[in-house]
Design a protein around this ligand. Structure first.
Ligand code: GLC
Length: 748
């Protein structure tokens, strides 16, 4: 590859400054004099949104015809690493064919609130799942030589005031939740670029936040690529360069280029910093230009078929009473709802793809059965259309099974704004209620990018959650409804019963430009489990047309040190009559901890395909991070010695096998003893035994009356919250401060 350092050494200050921002909305700058061309970046994440002329970052202007794959809200439900890697490869190939060097995605921001307008574009409420799905998306795309842009770094968890708000988050929560969602993807997939978010984190814009862009991203995690701004996210260009933001997009029209030149000339910006960023930009460009496979073809039909195949693996069967599903082919079936003919299959905003074709359930199902159709509702309306409702009720009455295609319309959720409530349109909820009144065999098929309430849940027999599952949505869900495909998705987020149950509800999206993540690490199931709260559907939940049995949970050792790895195996058997796939989940529980921890945390998942009566063994490998929490005192991950439980679950609320192990910490936490250390704290320290014995003798020697063992024990219980300094005054100085300080010094 070209020697970028040498190339930079030939560039003038003006040329280097200009390289640090876009040439236009989607391209980097070129330098004619040195024969440096430009390269194109385009959205993502689940399709190619390439714009030729009028460009925008909200999906308003036209983009080329392309293939819309399932959004992250759906692919996360597949829990299938290989599948999402395959999707990535296809996306990379499309970029090669369309001469796009970088596809902007995946988005791995945590779903803190059900109301975030962009939840459809993100994977999960759980950082382990989110980061592992992002990792395999990146690996897939980058296996073709195309760059990705892991986004939006950091804590972009709402659309409300996204370009000005400050996400105020404590260090442990950042580490265990919001940074963690990026960490595995960065360390194990090395995205060629990371996109910084619009918002501030604890007061400082992400675009100029050195702690995250350099100290953690690069110095701690070893990120080697380039940081690109979200479009329009740069606040102060000089501060941004110093913090580690290499490329400002889109173009700043030369304004910031001139500021860079001035800053270098005034000595406010070291030319070394500028050179480093230019080197990273040139590296991204030449890695693409020199390795690009020019023979790549964008075969839309083949990618459409893949999009449909992926969709089949993402769809979640939530309810199937009386085995109402799969539908029987000879029956009279009603499809009700506009989404049966025109499915909602993607979200609004920068990820909006100009799909060259979209399959719908109605047409796709005609191969399986005679279907009658009724529109049921006006898509972007909240109010009921009484004629459409009446017609739907008649059609439902006159059928054996009514399948209602419902969900959220584009106007309810999108990039750029958040939802105001968690409900579906009234007209759709009413339609479901009314149809279920006349037709007990009712199934609901949902198309929503984020969680919804289901007031009619007890009145219907079946619920199929497709989320936003791409242009293959209609044919994929038809195959599942008629049993050609066995559903195998599981929920990557909790469906709470009501919005008020959600841990972020009290703080919401903040006041003014400050949003405090006061729920801390208790996001999603971490919260609902800790509160032992009922939920509509738990994280990790999903049904199948077959049944699975879990057995023979084994661990490689019942006692390990925190620096060891632990191998866990479990057998899964398909005990039904249909081939199927099962997502096996492994959670870890710290049985006793001196810090507040969630009940359980996801630390492994595997999807296994099984023929009827087939058994396979699933293997997990755990390491220190599987057991650790982030200790802000030592600024590192720490495992506290003690009992841990390995929980194997069909969902986070359906733990079927458990094994206890003992983990011994290899790290002694530093002690900070002082005169205000409490007596009780010292009792917990086995090394303090002698000191306490001396202290007790001195203390009780003053006492009169019967100081038998029992009385002493009670007295000590009463003393445990006493700071050591109090013993001086309680013994009128008999216990001296020098006595205490000398002993504490020895202890530390
Ligand atoms: C948008 C989005 C980002 C997208 C970029 C370019 O505002 O936040 O995800 O990649 O701008 O469209």
């Amino acid at each position: 590859m070209i020697d970028v350092k040498e190339l930079v050494s030939k560039m003038t200050l003006e040329e280097k400054a200009s390289m640090c921002s876009g040439g236009d909305f989607w391209h980097t700058k070129s330098v004619e004099r040195l024969g440096i061309p430009n390269v194109m970046l385009s959205d993502g994440p689940h399709g190619l949104r390439k714009q030729d002329l009028n460009a925008d970052h909200l999906g308003i202007n036209v983009s080329i015809k392309a293939v819309c794959f399932p959004s992250a809200c759906a692919t996360a439900c597949s829990f299938d690493k290989e599948l999402i890697e395959t999707m990535g490869k296809a996306l990379g190939n499309e970029c090669l064919a369309e001469d796009v060097s970088t596809i902007l995605g995946p988005g791995c921001n945590i779903k803190r609130s059900p109301l975030c307008g962009r939840n459809f574009e993100y994977f999960s409420e759980d950082p382990y799942l989110a980061s592992n799905m992002a990792k395999h998306h990146i690996l897939g795309v980058q296996s073709t030589g195309i760059a990705t842009s892991l986004k939006h770094f950091l804590a972009n968890n709402q659309e409300h005031r996204r370009m000005s708000t400050s996400a105020n988050i404590d260090e442990r929560t950042l580490r265990e939740i919001y940074l963690c969602a990026f960490e595995t993807a960065i360390k194990e997939a090395q995205p060629k670029t990371v996109m910084c978010s619009y918002n501030r984190i604890n007061g400082t814009f992400a675009s100029e936040n050195k702690r995250y862009l350099t100290d953690i991203l690069r110095d701690e995690w070893g990120f080697k690529g380039l940081v690109v701004s979200d479009w329009g996210a740069v606040n102060n260009r000089i501060d941004a360069l110093k913090a580690g933001l290499d490329l400002e997009m889109p173009s700043s029209g030369g304004v910031n280029d001139r500021l860079i030149i001035k800053a270098v000339k005034d000595g406010n910006l070291s030319e070394e910093v500028l050179n480093t960023s230019v080197e990273r930009i040139l590296t991204l460009m030449y890695q693409y230009l020199e390795n690009r496979n020019k023979d790549a073809k964008f075969d839309m039909d083949s990618d459409h078929a893949l999009a449909e195949k992926i969709a089949q693996e993402c769809i979640v069967l939530l309810k199937n009473d009386d085995n109402i599903l799969p539908l029987q082919k000879g029956k009279k079936i009603a499809y009700i709802g506009k989404f049966a003919k025109a499915p909602r299959y993607q979200g609004g905003g920068s990820s909006h793809i100009n799909s060259y074709k979209v399959s719908n359930a109605l047409d796709s199902s005609k191969d399986f059965a005679e279907i009658t159709y009724a529109q049921g509702y006006d898509t972007n309306q909240d109010a009921t259309n009484s004629e459409l409702l009446a017609e739907a009720i008649e059609v439902a009455k006159d059928s054996d099974v009514a399948v209602i295609f419902a969900g959220l319309p584009d106007t309810f959720e999108s990039e750029g704004f958040d939802r105001s409530h968690m409900d579906m349109p009234n007209c759709q909820n009413q339609l479901i209620e009314k149809v279920a009144e006349v037709q007990p065999n009712t199934v609901v098929v949902l198309h929503n990018g984020s969680v919804i309430t289901m007031p009619w849940l007890d009145k219907v027999k079946g619920v199929v959650e497709t989320y936003l599952t791409g242009q293959g949505s209609g044919s994929a869900v038809s195959k599942i409804l008629f049993g050609e495909v066995n559903p195998s998705g599981k929920l990557a987020e909790t469906f709470p019963i009501k919005l008020q149950d959600n841990p972020s509800y009290l703080t919401g999206f903040g006041e003014g430009d400050e949003v405090n993540y006061s729920e801390g690490i208790f996001v999603g199931y971490r919260y609902y489990d800790k509160k032992d709260m009922d939920v509509l559907f738990p994280f990790g939940y999903g049904l199948s047309y077959t049944t699975f049995e879990y057995s023979n949970l084994q661990v490689s050792s019942e006692k390990i040190k925190d620096i060891d790895t632990l191998t866990v195996t479990v057998d899964i058997t398909n005990t039904g009559s249909m081939a199927g796939k099962e997502i096996v989940q492994l959670y870890v529980q710290d049985v006793e901890s001196s810090v507040i921890r969630p009940i359980k945390e996801l630390k492994g998942f595997e999807k296994v395909s099984l023929e009827p009566n087939e058994t396979k063994t699933v293997t997990f490998t755990l390491n220190k991070r599987s057991f650790a929490y982030y200790n802000v005192d030592i600024k590192d991950w720490h495992v506290e010695s003690g009992e841990f439980r390995i929980l194997i679950g069909k969902s986070s609320r359906d733990i079927v096998l458990t094994k206890s192990i003992y983990v011994e910490s290899s790290v002694e936490l530093p002690k900070h003893y002082h005169m205000n250390t409490t007596y009780g704290d010292l009792v917990c320290d086995p090394n303090a035994k002698d000191f306490l014995k001396k202290l007790n003798n001195l203390y009780f020697s003053e006492m009169e009356g019967d100081m038998g063992e029992g009385t002493q024990e009670m007295m000590l219980q009463m003393l445990k919250y006493n700071p050591l300094r109090a013993f001086i005054s309680f013994t009128n100085g008999k216990i001296s401060s020098s006595f205490i300080e000398e002993n504490l010094k020895e202890l530390m």
